[in-house]
Design a protein around this ligand. Structure first.
Ligand code: GLU
Length: 493
């Protein structure tokens, strides 16, 4: 059996967006499943639009997702010689020809064809120029492009798309397409094939937006006497208004880096991406890496487009709710040590990290993550909603402050009283901390809830969270006492 070799060939004209990332992921999964190789090829031939920043961004985005490559990155521009040599070979072998028609001539022909309701394709004026005619035009300095000579055959040209089935067109419908511009630059269509031949690509998995090229490219493979790869064209990803997702019209919400910066878990994001256009055939939605490699198949990729359901103006769901719910699932269920590895850089970036979290405070650190993760949505929540567990500079949210603290002036005295009792306890435990709070409420003849809710807000800054006494133990007696004593700072002067 021939080797399974795939490629991900992004054009570096912007960041890695979710459509591109999904293409990379499907290629990666297919390669892994079939013991194949995956090649990263940066298609940077459009030198005006390609930027180093995009190249960097694409590589970083793929690294973050954990999509690794067996070869590359290769850069298309470094193979310019190969592209030109292929065009030259096609000319030499009479499979391509120089076309001297000017833009004005072509426009006029198009208009005439349009008026006569005839085919708009190139009328092949230059296809049969004699060698002398060509030489004369060149001697006169007439600029030319190189066109591919579509074979004159009856019948249909086609291929079996692994997702869409048989795709065909009449040879007669195919236009003699340009492969080299008048400035000598080979067109992308040709470069892509030449590179895929050199890289011995066996499977091309790419978006349906490339289907307009595929039959022409198959003709190029034949003309260059190379085996034609298997093609699989994936459905596009659309937004809720059925518009194609693109960097230009959707901005950062479709950029992979946005999800990294929002604190998504890389594998959770892959899990979300895979479901944008593929389904296992049952209602399973959560897949480990191994499971997904095992289950993934091209045949189960949807034929129709998928919807990236992001809600532009909904603050609750700043992106596709499915992306968030999958992320929450991983956050709340993953191995705590794995989670700790992901939280560490978040804490470091905020100056909240202590080396002891990997040393003598390791047990405390893991238990605290486990305690607080249940209500969290992204890794960023550990340094925002969960900030009070790791440092003292946390914000007390306005809503609970009003509701739980400012409503009762008495708390300015009651909480410091409770702090004194906590200081005097022999052992600061779940039970003793709770008992002391309840006893104080009884003595003051107030509802225990007043003390407990106020304590939650003062100690964590939050309205909701884990059980209050678990929180106290996690934050520790010393800090709890300090925060309770300092309650007056929260009241207006
Ligand atoms: N460079 C093309 C793109 O970024 C890829 C084309 C292909 O997969 O053949 O869309």
């Amino acid at each position: 059996m021939t080797e399974v070799r795939l490629r991900f060939p992004p054009s570096p004209t912007g960041y890695l967006h979710i459509g591109g990332a999904r293409t990379a992921l499907y290629n990666w999964l297919f390669a892994k499943k079939n013991n194949g190789k995956l090649i990263l090829r940066i298609e940077d031939t459009d030198t005006e639009r390609s930027t180093d920043e995009s190249i960097q961004g694409i590589i970083e985005g793929l690294e973050w997702l954990g999509i690794d490559f067996d070869e590359g990155p290769y850069f298309q521009t470094t193979f310019d010689g190969d592209h030109k040599a292929a065009a030259e070979r096609l000319l030499q072998e009479g499979k391509a020809y120089k076309c001297f028609c000017t833009k004005e001539e072509l426009d006029a022909k198009r208009e005439a064809a349009l008026a006569a309701k005839q085919s708009l394709g190139y009328d092949r004026t230059c296809r049969n120029l004699s060698a002398e005619e060509v030489a004369a035009k060149e001697a006169a300095g007439t600029p030319s492009v190189i066109r591919f000579k579509v074979p004159e055959r009856e019948g249909r040209l086609g291929y079996d798309d692994s997702i869409l089935g048989r795709i065909e067109a009449d040879y007669k419908e195919l236009d003699d397409f340009v492969i080299v511009r008048s400035n000598g630059k080979p067109l992308y269509l040709l470069c892509n094939v030449v590179d895929d031949i050199r890289d011995r690509i066996s499977h091309v998995i790419r978006g349906q937006d490339h289907m307009t090229n595929t039959l022409k490219q198959i003709l190029l493979y034949e003309a260059l006497e190379a085996p034609v790869p298997i093609f699989a064209h994936m459905p596009l990803t659309l937004d809720t208004k059925k518009a194609k997702i693109s960097k230009r019209s959707h901005g950062e919400i479709v950029a992979v880096q946005f999800y990294r910066d929002c604190g998504f878990i890389p594998w959770a994001f892959n899990n979300f991406l895979v479901l944008l256009g593929w389904a296992p055939g049952n209602d399973q939605e959560i897949f480990s890496k191994e499971e997904l490699i095992e289950t993934f198949s091209l045949e189960r990729i949807n034929k129709s487009s998928s919807i990236f359901n992001y809600r532009k103006n909904d603050p609750k769901f700043f992106t596709d709710p499915k992306a968030i719910s999958i992320n929450e699932h991983y956050l709340r269920t993953m191995e705590i040590c794995e989670l700790a590895k992901l939280v560490e850089p978040e804490l470091k970036a905020e100056g909240l990290w202590q080396e002891s979290f990997n040393g003598e405070k390791r047990e405390w650190f893991l238990a605290t993550l486990d305690l607080i993760r249940d209500r969290f949505h992204t890794l960023k929540d550990f340094t925002s909603l969960g900030r009070a567990y790791f440092g003292d500079d946390f914000t007390v949210e306005e809503k609970p402050l009003k509701k739980n603290v400012l409503k009762h002036d008495g708390l300015k005295e009651w909480l410091p009283m409770l702090a004194d009792r906590y200081e005097q306890l022999d052992d600061f435990t779940l039970e003793s901390a709770e008992q002391a709070a309840r006893d104080l409420a009884t003595e003051l003849d107030i509802k225990p809830g007043i003390i407990i809710n106020a304590m939650r807000t003062v100690v964590t800054g939050q309205l909701a969270g884990p059980s209050m006494f678990d929180i106290l133990i996690a934050i520790g007696r010393k800090k709890v006492i300090e925060r309770l004593r300092d309650v007056a700072r929260l009241y207006p002067a």
